[in-house]
Design a protein around this ligand. Structure first.
Ligand code: FES
Length: 146
């Protein structure tokens, strides 16, 4: 029995325990491909197909994951990509980070670089990418489509 602190035995510290595959979960990019993000009619001048292919190719090389999702909510800030922390990143305090206006090649490469370096909780994001961080909608729930 631990006698160091009488409070510790009565009020154990809350713990989060990840089991199974969740313990190894890598950084994951959730790429919105809903009604506005990725739509060349609404956002011409961006090669949305290339962007998704580039993200997937980089994920295969670097060990992070890419998923697509239906509309996440902030369509006026399309394209939206959510950078979810790995299990290790979450344990280190990293939280899901929403990137808006992810249209150009530079932004795509910065997201890739950050995810490849470990993502939230593990690596610092590029300063220029931080300028594109947006607030998630209040009821944000990331739903995987693929
Ligand atoms: S389609 Fe991406 S936020 Fe709505």
């Amino acid at each position: 029995m631990d006698h160091a602190s009488p409070m510790s035995s009565r009020f154990p510290a809350p713990r989060t325990t990840l089991i199974g595959a969740a313990q190894q979960r890598p950084c994951t990019l959730v790429v919105c491909r809903g009604c506005c993000c990725g739509d060349p009619r609404k956002h011409p001048g961006t090669d949305h197909v290339w962007q998704l292919e580039r993200l997937r190719a980089a994920a295969a090389e670097s060990g992070f994951q890419v998923r697509t999702t239906d509309c996440l909510g902030p369509c006026d800030q399309a394209n939206v990509i959510v950078v979810q922390p790995s299990a290790a990143g979450r344990r280190a305090g990293g939280r899901a980070t929403w990137v808006g206006f992810a249209m150009d090649d530079d932004c795509t490469e910065e997201v890739i670089g950050w995810a490849a370096a470990g993502g939230p909780g593990i690596a610092q994001p590029p300063v220029t990418l931080e300028l594109q961080f947006i607030q998630p909608p209040r009821d944000a729930r990331v739903r995987s489509r693929r």
